[in-house]
Write a protein that binds this ligand. Structure first.
Ligand code: IMP
Ligand code: MG
Length: 184
């Protein structure tokens, strides 16, 4: 186990290292650069979980790009979405006729993406794509897929690199499997 300045890391088992994250993010950046060659894109990050992914991804996209952010609240427990999603902060950029890429930390049940996809499509973007750093396909309750995926993972609750448990652990540099011990 690497030496860590984060004592809370040691209780959470590392699932995806920072080096693996960096290469997954670089791969998505190259795909987006290729798919939108010669065009501009707007990255729309879903707060708060996607903020670290968006900041790294943006630097791997060799295009004329701008950012905006959106925030939602989903009801449920600390680990489960109950399927009801509410908008709490909208984008300020007009999206009509733009290439919009929604950037999320994780695609789980699909309720959040399903909600945001309808909301953003109503703004009439030229294209709407979805980049999710993580994907838990076995958890899906709505039939949605991401266009760009960093890593497909098993049904385990993960924290770090933006992902939280009750708002904690977002600053862990690696993606870790949450341990109940660390939550105390
Ligand atoms: P969905 O609406 O169920 O697809 O879930 C999307 C949101 O649930 C993500 O943006 C996360 O905030 C949260 N989420 C789902 N799985 C995890 C996890 O394993 N760790 C942390 N947050 C998660
Ligand atoms: Mg969360």
């Amino acid at each position: 186990m690497r030496e860590s300045i984060f004592p809370m890391s040691t209780k959470n088992e590392v699932l995806i290292t920072r080096e693996q994250i960096a290469s997954g993010v670089a791969r998505i950046g190259q795909q987006i650069t290729r798919d939108f060659a010669g065009q501009t894109v707007i990255l729309v990050g879903v707060l708060k979980g996607a903020c670290l992914f968006l900041s790294d991804l943006a630097r791997q996209i060799d295009l004329d790009a701008t950012f905006d952010f959106i925030a939602v609240r989903s009801y449920g427990t600390k680990k489960e979405s109950a399927g009801e999603v509410q908008l709490i902060k909208d984008v300020t950029t007009p999206l009509e006729d733009k290439n919009v890429i929604l950037v999320e930390d994780i695609l789980d049940t699909g309720f959040t993406y399903n909600f945001l996809r309808k909301l953003l499509l109503a703004r009439k973007p030229r294209t709407l794509k979805f980049a999710a750093l993580l994907d838990k396909p076995s958890r899906r309750q709505v039939q949605v897929e991401a266009d760009y995926v960093g890593f497909k993972i098993e049904d385990r609750f993960v924290v770090g690199y933006g992902l939280d448990y009750a708002e904690r652990f977002r600053n862990l540099p690696d993606i870790c499997v949450f341990s109940e011990d660390a939550g105390k």
